[in-house]
Ligand binder design. Sequence first.
Ligand code: FAD
Ligand code: FES
Ligand code: FES
Length: 477
Amino acid sequence: MIQQNEKISFLLNDEIIELDLGSNHKFAPTTTVLEWLRSNYDYLGVKEGCAEGDCGACTVVIVEEIDGKLTYKSVTSCILFLPYLHGKQLLTIEHLSKNINGEYELHPVQEILAKYNGSQCGYCTPGIVMSLFSFFKNKETEEDIKYSLSGNLCRCTGYESIKEAAIEIGELKFVDEFACKEEQIIVKLKHLKKKIKAFSCDNYIQPLTLEEALSIKQEQPELLIIGGASDIALLKTKKHQELPAILDLSNVKELKTIIKHDSYWEIGAAVTMEQLRKEMTSDWPDFKNILEVFGSQQIRNVATIGGNVGSASPIGDLLPLLMTHQAEIIIQNKHEARPEDLEEFILAYRKTSLMSDEMITKFIIPKDNDWIFWSEKVSKRKQLDISTVSAAFALRLTKEKKVGAIILAYGGMAAMPVHATMAEEYLLGKEMEEPHFEKAAQLITEEFQPITDARASKEGRALLAANLLRKFYFESI
Ligand SMILES: Cc1cc2nc3c(=O)[nH]c(=O)nc-3n(C[C@H](O)[C@H](O)[C@H](O)COP(=O)(O)OP(=O)(O)OC[C@H]3O[C@@H](n4cnc5c(N)ncnc54)[C@H](O)[C@@H]3O)c2cc1C
Ligand code: FES
Ligand code: FES
């Protein structure tokens, strides 16, 4: 049992904020960072557009001290609960410019955006500036511009001028005020992290260690687990539902690490999609392919792998990939850990085999060089869109160049991610020849009964699924 501590502590720029989120206070733990900022006249720069993480108008930057360095993360404050800030620094558009005797001195990122006429009505601008600010602070390259801005919609300026500004920002060699204060902020954040206790009140607990998390789940199995809350927060902000009491794993350090062994990787359940995107380099092209078009950078900065699998969504983008890599999910309660295959874990539409005292703690992904891995996500928009159909395939050839083993996993074709079993069985032992893959593609259209929805008709989905196999064949021979 952890002690009741109803206060979160964080830096708002360089000021230490202690915010009481107990039941007698104005803000509940599920108040979003956006709601909290906009309740204060000094922080009205942050805007609400969609309240579901889709437009980026509400983008702020969260700074974390990791191994003595600061990392800057753009996030959508409209779907971020306040305890996420515990032990971190929050920066908003208001912190970028300086007010000197009533005259505003803009941050270079703001100046450059203005120079390129990157703003018209201005509604999206604070969000765009904060995304570009994190791009500038993380010293990212021109290649990263599309990732940094993928979560920011602008309905009037047009992206060309914003992109031109971003290119100049990427070339900027400027020591800004934040760089001058870096040592001081590192010291403050280290001190804060040492001092803070797990946040805990009647309906929200955020433990700091795995041991605490497992004990709490044992004592209060009814608690709803969250990782980054990028799924769960929408129940509040869009569906206006009352949330059950929450167990928030976003501050459990053991769950946030990636351990790279030669033959497999261990990935903690609270590892974010952006962490994965940055770590999974050319050795994991199929993961990279999908992670680059997963949500937006703001979403990837909070969304976790545990949450993607835990939601058991038929269009969860990592699920087909984990199926092809034959990843193991490690599920733990207070007393033991058990491995489970993804296919046994997901039982039906958004239903898993998780017991009420359990949580996902990590994933074991074998690093197997004998297989060819391939993936593709088809969606209406390239960035920040949900899959219409996604596919992840794995192929192992025999010495005679025949199909020795094949896994064809699809998202968006059924109520949960599925194998194209008929095509898999048909292809086994066949030569790598077009007629065989053509026949397998036809079997795929017969096997699945996808739904028609706003994204595609059932016939369209079936054709997409078959064409993805055809594409895989032509790219693999
Ligand atoms: C704008 C936007 C864009 C998105 N784009 C994509 C996309 O492109 N592709 C995609 O797949 N998804 C997308 N999503 C959905 C979501 O971001 C992902 O599914 C994400 O990985 C969820 O992770 P989370 O940590 O935020 O989950 P949470 O919301 O915290 O949790 C989701 C579910 O998982 C459970 N859970 C979380 N952690 C654990 C754990 N350790 N053990 C057991 N259960 C757990 C929770 O109880 C809950 O049921 C998007 C969401 C938004 C808002
Ligand atoms: S208000 Fe649209 S992403 Fe937050
Ligand atoms: S400037 Fe109007 S929405 Fe971007």
